[in-house]
Design a protein around this ligand. Structure first.
Ligand code: ADP
Length: 172
């Protein structure tokens, strides 16, 4: 049988999701930031940051490149792992959509390696990184639909109504 991934949508806070893995819209330093990154570190506690520091020391001294993904334990979150990925900053002059698609593909590849069956994604790059919501939703949904993965449920967790509507229009 073909592997089947179900796309679902939820409104609210990604740190409250009971899933195997939560995707973090991290920055390349892996040392935390604002937005969803700050919320994940606050709710998950210091173990996540400690694991990020260890990854920096061992592999990512120059930072995690944009479009890549790497996992840590999830600390106190109701999840087993956090998958940190670095979205591209929106550019009006350069098409960076392949990098945004790569964040989703690479996060699912890491999820497969971990054996995660349920994965929650925020709307990567749509906050501080400035990506227009409708366009980000189009790219994210297409990337997940095209991915070859053993993940059974991909849940997009949208923080506000505008984000929810944009993703709902794509998931149908
Ligand atoms: P980026 O730097 O990739 O733009 P942000 O964290 O600034 O990342 O924003 C990404 C998206 O995550 C935005 O749409 C923002 O509203 C949303 N967001 C912020 N906090 C949370 C949260 N706790 N749960 C889910 N989504 C969140």
């Amino acid at each position: 049988m073909e592997p089947m991934t179900t796309l679902t949508l939820a409104r609210g806070d990604i740190t409250r999701q009971h899933v195997d893995a939560v995707v973090n819209a991290a920055n390349s330093s892996l040392l935390g930031g604002g937005g969803v990154d700050g919320a994940i570190h606050r709710a998950g506690g210091p173990d996540i940051l400690a694991a990020c520091r260890a990854l920096r020391a061992s592999h990512y001294g120059k930072g995690l490149p944009t479009g890549h993904a790497v996992a840590t334990p999830a600390g106190r979150l109701p999840a087993r792992w956090v998958i940190h990925t670095v979205g591209p900053v929106w550019s009006a002059t350069e098409d960076r959509s392949e990098l945004l698609a790569s964040c989703h593909r690479e996060s699912l590849r890491v999820a497969d390696e971990l054996g995660a069956r349920t994965v929650a994604f925020p709307a990567i790059s749509t906050g501080i990184y400035g990506w227009p919501m409708d366009d980000a939703a189009r790219i994210a949904v297409a990337a997940v639909r095209q991915a070859v993965t053993t993940v059974e449920e991909v849940r997009f967790v949208l923080f506000d109504e505008r984000a929810y509507e944009a993703f709902a229009a794509r998931v149908g």
